[in-house]
Design a protein around this ligand. Sequence first.
Ligand code: XIL
Length: 359
Amino acid sequence: MLTRSMPLIFLVNLLVMGCHLVELPKPKPPKPIEITLQSEAPFTVGAAIDPTRLRNDTAYRRVLSKEFDGITAENMLKMNNVHPAQNTYDWSRADYIVQFALDGKKRMHGHTFVWHQAIPGWVNNFVGDSAAWEGLLKDHILKVGGYYQGKVSSWDVVNEAFQSNGSLRNTGEGGSIWRRNLGPDYVARCFQYARQADPKAVLFYNDFGQETSPAKLKAMLDMVTDFKKRNIPIDGIGLQMHINLNTPNEGIANAIRSSAQTGLKVHISELDVAINPGGSTSIEFTDELKERQRQKFFYVVKTYKELVPKAQQHGITTWNVGDADSWLRSYYKRKDWPLPFDDAYQKKPAYYGFIEGLR
Ligand code: XIL
């Protein structure tokens, strides 16, 4: 036994000695794992983005790449941008966004096939009977949904169809050209066309203000019940969640809870927490306001995580990335600081509120 194992021991010794001749590199201390929104979240954390910024602003691009694992096109999949003339589709700017998402293995959410805003001129000027209108809308959904099949995995099929009193937008201020030309059941047909365009895509109804408009929340939930009864395909509810520091927490919880009770997926699809909804010109973003914003982000994220069952958590998307690119500034022409990243894309207290809400 002993003698037979001798040569082996000898060999091992030789090897060990040989190793000592080579200077071994010192083991590096393990790299601390960096905490990001996507590393902490059990669901997708997305942001709504713009291709020009993505191309030109390195801080914006860096934060996006690192912190987020979901992407929504802020404007480039809206009808005016993607379908500028009846027989012209312009994929270029949306493609740039979709490619960024694919390259970074981020989930791409489509926003939106049908909205009463972002209507191209040719649609505003379109003349035709209801069959012609139906054909127009159906073609649009089939074409755009079909083009992005396998790349865009979920869609806001219809955006903001209801008014705050719960009735469908129709005529007058904030009315809908779709409802006027297609009749009250157009929303259902949009979902059918969307399913046809991409049978695998997850289909959402998306709207804002469910946390403060009980009538709108009810209208949306009633629509879901009706769709289920009639076998109209719908997979999820998008709560935009454009809120502000004073939006009551009970309203937020109520919107999230009752959406989850439908059994559908729930997406907080456009989150931002406005500081200055009244549009004061003298307001400054004080430490006190930063702290209140941190608490609001914490509340929304924590409530979503607690009240939406895991299988129904589609994720949370912020509307834009940092304060510098917030739509609230450009759209409402006012001062505001509604996002988790500041003007230089550094983390704000709101960011840490988001992170704490995930834990
Ligand atoms: C906004 C964009 O952020 C702006 O750039 C654009 O000028 C108008 O639309 N609800 C929605 C989004 O569903 O599409 C809106 O996006 C913000 C409100």
